[in-house]
Design a protein around this ligand. Structure first.
Ligand SMILES: CC(C)(COP(=O)(O)OP(=O)(O)OC[C@H]1O[C@@H](n2cnc3c(N)ncnc32)[C@H](O)[C@@H]1OP(=O)(O)O)[C@@H](O)C(=O)NCCC(=O)NCCS
Length: 410
């Protein structure tokens, strides 16, 4: 039954996601975030002064390091929010914008805040090459100064961990999820995306916004659809791709790319939505965070979902739709297999209602923006289907997880 202190989503939007080497490659992630946050409030005619806090997820600090150490603050000021607006930058790897939603949920439930924006952005194509201080700042007495690429293996190798693609591949094989299964899932991600796009399920005005980035004296950059989805793929071509980062199964085909984009979701209490005359689009029924053994990142969406469902007294079979971020095809498939308790028939059933309009392999994975993207993808699809319950989950580097449950009333 609807209650005044329910936490509801009243606006949710994302920019189209760009390719690594696409039209957004020289755009600062802040500009993507500013565009998404402004559009999220513009759509519901919400005055920025009514927003108590903005939580902003982003997780490749090298990308914005040239501009600031406090991205959330910079973004809210540049987006025209009042100086008194509170903001917080969150880095929980790929989970970050879903963590922002969980913190928003908590703040509203605790009546610490009435209106919160949970947002996230990343521009992986705009990440500079950097030089280590020991050689560049303090000087190399002799020899070259080397530029480092923090995107390579996402840097995990430097502190003794394996690249996430490597771990995901090994764990997939351990769980009986073969390279071919991963390639098939990846192919389906693109096919489902194109079907959804053709049939108007991924469109400007709903999940997507038209992105327009001014460019000095030149024509603005305009983007109205995602750049990464690939047409005319075949299993044969996918099978021929070499594996990356020493992974036994992960390739450019069954991994997401290195993408650009931003997402923003406005969350408030049902009471506040009523007072402002806004229609709740979905209720956030529960949120959960979890973490596990670093190597087993592919398992953590399932573990986080299980933890949340147990508290709710529900099972995965109660969920009409599922989003599990395609950090790699391996992650979605392993987690679904765990949720299916290794029952092949149940696994197939779960796959049929997971990422039904395509996932990050097709759409892209601008890491800080993805948690909010899968949340709104779930929400808009539940709405199109006339309501129901759905779960979204995402993993983040070294095995962190976030999950949330949405209810859309019919
Ligand atoms: C996998 C990765 C290394 C590939 O980077 P890249 O080499 O720049 O990727 P590209 O898009 O150029 O693809 C490489 C090749 O594969 C081909 N390719 C990509 N997807 C394909 C597909 N589905 N089918 C057939 N060929 C495909 C491309 O055409 C390209 O071929 P070419 O070399 O002949 O031009 C990079 O995208 C990556 O690191 N992804 C993972 C990101 C990540 O870890 N995110 C966090 C998760 S926790």
């Amino acid at each position: 039954m609807a209650q005044d202190n329910d936490v509801v989503i009243v606006s949710a939007v994302r920019t189209p996601f760009g390719r690594f080497d696409g039209v957004l490659k020289n755009v600062l992630s802040f500009d993507l975030a500013i565009a998404a946050v402004k559009e999220a409030v513009r759509r519901i005619d919400l005055e920025p002064r009514l927003v108590d806090e903005v939580y902003y997820g982003t997780c490749i600090p090298a990308e914005y390091a040239l501009y600031t150490n406090v991205p959330a603050r910079q973004i809210t000021l540049l987006a025209g929010f009042p100086e008194t607006n509170l903001s917080l930058t969150i880095d929980r790897a790929c989970c970050s914008s879903m963590t922002a939603l969980r913190l928003a949920y908590r703040a509203i439930k605790a009546q610490d805040a009435q209106v919160v924006i949970a947002a996230g952005a990343e521009n992986m194509g705009n990440v500079p090459l950097i030089a280590a201080a020991e050689r560049a700042r303090w000087g190399a007495r002799l020899g070259p100064v080397v530029l480092e690429d923090v995107l390579f293996e996402l840097g995990y190798g430097r502190t003794g961990f394996a690249p996430v693609a490597t771990d995901a591949g090994h764990v997939a094989l351990e769980y009986g999820v073969t390279r071919e299964m991963q390639d098939r899932w990846a192919l389906m991600s693109h096919e489902r995306y194109f079907a959804a796009h053709r049939e108007g399920r991924i469109r400007v005005g709903e999940e997507l916004m038209r992105l327009e980035i001014p460019r000095g004296k030149g024509e603005p950059i305009v983007l109205e659809r995602d750049e990464s989805p690939r047409e005319n793929l075949s299993l044969e071509r996918m099978a021929a791709l070499r594996t990356v980062y020493g992974s036994p199964t992960v390739t450019a085909g069954n991994a997401p790319g290195l993408n650009s984009g931003a997402s923003a979701i406005v969350v408030m209490s049902r009471r506040k939505a009523k007072a402002l005359g806004l229609e709740p689009l979905a209720q956030i029924v529960a949120c959960e965070g979890a973490a596990g053994q670093p190597k087993y990142m592919a398992c953590v969406p399932a573990q986080t979902i299980e933890k949340m469902l147990k508290k709710m007294g529900k099972t995965i079979e109660d969920m009409d739709l599922i989003e599990i971020n395609e950090a790699f095809a391996a992650v979605t498939l392993v987690s679904l297999k765990m949720l299916a308790r290794d029952d092949d028939e149940a696994w197939r059933r779960l796959q049929a209602r997971t990422n039904v309009n395509g996932g990050a392999i097709a759409i892209g994975h601008p890491v800080g923006a993805s948690g909010a993207r899968i949340t709104m993808a779930l929400m808009y699809e539940l709405r199109r289907r006339g309501g129901g319950l759905g779960v979204a989950a995402i993993c983040g580097g070294l095995s962190q997880g976030e999950a949330l449950t949405l209810r859309v009333d019919g």
